[in-house]
Design a protein around this ligand. Structure first.
Ligand code: CMP
Length: 268
């Protein structure tokens, strides 16, 4: 019989959270800035009902993400904390602070990639085209309305032909985009990773979803509902322009991919 050293996940499965926590802490001594490990530790603390300690770890992760310029990921963590502790003023403040620092980057005349940062408040870049051109006020409006959602691998997020009431930004993980020709041939359109968004076409056109979106891995997405989107674009038509630009590009690509699929079918 083979003997295998127990992994923290084995203990989690058996609900022996304290043992899992000790193992994660042990590993973190070697890699204190490993955000995936910190996340495991925070999640295990949460399972063990140690809310305050879990939140302390989540904050560390958000700090690390912010330091590395991963704004979306930091926002997702702050939102997670606010879900656990809706009255956490410090975290609300951190979210505002993040938007302000982001605005510094957006409003800075320094060309992208050459941003000058000060140690007290380093400028950060946003890793999603959706937010890239937004002003500080616009960005804050969008961020306040985004809802954090988790999905297991192979979850269907939106289904071709169904009505659609929201759009999504990938914070963590990745998804695939599939559609079908009129004679039901499946067409792969794209893989979308962190920072990319989808679901904008149904919002813009009011028509059914043009494609099916499935998670390739466990994924964390931010969702913006139609009501929230409508509110934002009523105030900031500029947001609509960014979304419309994607809509046009994607529709064009989809048509091309469909034609290619049909051509392949007729020659095979
Ligand atoms: P929607 O039609 O609302 O739902 C399916 C989504 O898939 C669609 O919005 C787009 O966000 C996305 N999508 C459609 N076509 C493409 C494509 N060619 N490349 C990437 N994403 C696409």
């Amino acid at each position: 019989m083979f003997w295998r050293k127990k992994e923290p996940e084995d203990y989690i499965e058996k609900k022996q959270y304290q043992k899992a926590i000790s193992l994660y802490k042990e590993r973190l001594k070697e890699q204190p800035k490993n955000t995936a490990l910190l996340m495991n530790l925070a999640d295990a603390l949460l399972l063990d009902q140690q809310l305050d300690l879990a939140i302390r770890e989540y904050k560390k992760i958000a700090d690390l993400h912010t330091g590395q310029g991963f704004v979306l990921k930091a926002i997702a963590i702050y939102k997670k904390i606010l879900k656990l502790q809706p009255e956490n003023k410090e975290v609300e403040h951190m979210l505002t602070n993040l938007s302000e620092r982001l605005a510094m980057t957006n409003e800075s005349p320094t060309p992208k990639g050459d941003a000058v940062s000060t140690p007290a408040s380093p400028a950060i870049e946003i890793e999603s085209r959706l937010f890239e051109d937004l002003s500080r006020e616009e960005f804050q409006q969008v961020v306040n309305r985004l809802k954090l959602r988790y999905f297991e691998k192979n979850s269907v997020i939106v289904k071709e032909g169904e009505p659609g009431d929201s759009m999504f930004v990938v914070v963590h993980g990745d998804v695939r985009v599939l559609t079908h020709t009129p004679n039901k041939v499946e067409v792969f359109l794209a893989n979308l990773g962190e920072g990319e968004f989808f679901g904008e076409i149904a919002l813009l056109t009011g028509k059914p979803r043009t494609a099916t979106i499935i998670t390739n891995s466990q994924s964390e997405l931010m969702e913006l509902t139609r009501d929230d989107y409508d509110n934002i674009i009523a105030k900031y038509p500029h947001v609509k322009k960014v979304v419309e630009e994607f809509h046009l590009q994607r529709t064009y690509k989809t048509v091309e991919a469909m034609i290619q699929a049909l051509e392949q079918k007729s020659t095979s």
